[in-house]
Design a protein around this ligand. Structure first.
Ligand code: RP5
Length: 165
């Protein structure tokens, strides 16, 4: 996107992208300027600290951070910024993301990370949550969020089971 980003979407590896693209796609749909980056807590720790430390001054309003396994990225980002950090547990090969979820959600008191569901639902909901935060001071965005909810409700209300033959 051309506009200055207001939401950062970061992840520990490009292998997280198939999940995290759901967050980016959602922000794109709502017209929220955002950036997408690989920032690893254990492979590029200096970059991670620089990213978090500079985020507020660069104009970001929140960071959506996805990580898998020993998923310390969201918590470490949160340790270096007071911006809201929204954590997305990435499904891992062996433990299917339960490791990621527990790593992200079990923050000791004092440094919060808002933690979402494992995988694609979590990535999309993190973006929707960011939209909801921004919509508090953006009437156009608030209207688009209302429309989204209405369309979703209409779709659910028109579902027929079993499906017509
Ligand atoms: C984490 O390690 C990443 O967030 C990713 O989910 C996981 C595996 O990374 P790769 O080995 O696929 O690069 O840092």
């Amino acid at each position: 996107m051309q506009d200055k980003p207001i939401i950062g979407v970061v992840m520990g590896s490009d292998s997280d992208w198939p999940v995290m693209t759901r967050a980016a796609d959602c922000l794109e749909r709502f017209g929220v300027p955002h950036e997408t980056r690989v920032v690893s807590a254990h492979r590029t720790p200096d970059l991670m600290f620089e990213y978090a430390a500079a985020a507020k001054a660069r104009g970001l309003a929140a960071i959506i951070a996805g990580a898998g396994g020993a998923a310390h990225l969201p918590g470490m980002l949160a340790s270096k910024t007071t911006l809201p950090v929204l954590g997305v547990p990435i499904p891992s090969r062996h433990l299917k993301g339960l490791d990621s979820l527990l790593s992200i959600v079990q923050m000791p008191k004092g440094v919060p990370v808002a933690t979402f569901a494992i995988g694609e639902a979590g990535a999309e909901n993190a973006a929707l949550f960011a939209v909801a935060m921004l919509a508090r001071t953006d009437d156009g965005l608030a209207a688009r969020l209302d429309e989204f909810r209405e369309a979703q409700a209409n779709k659910a209300a028109s579902m027929i089971v079993p499906p017509p033959a």
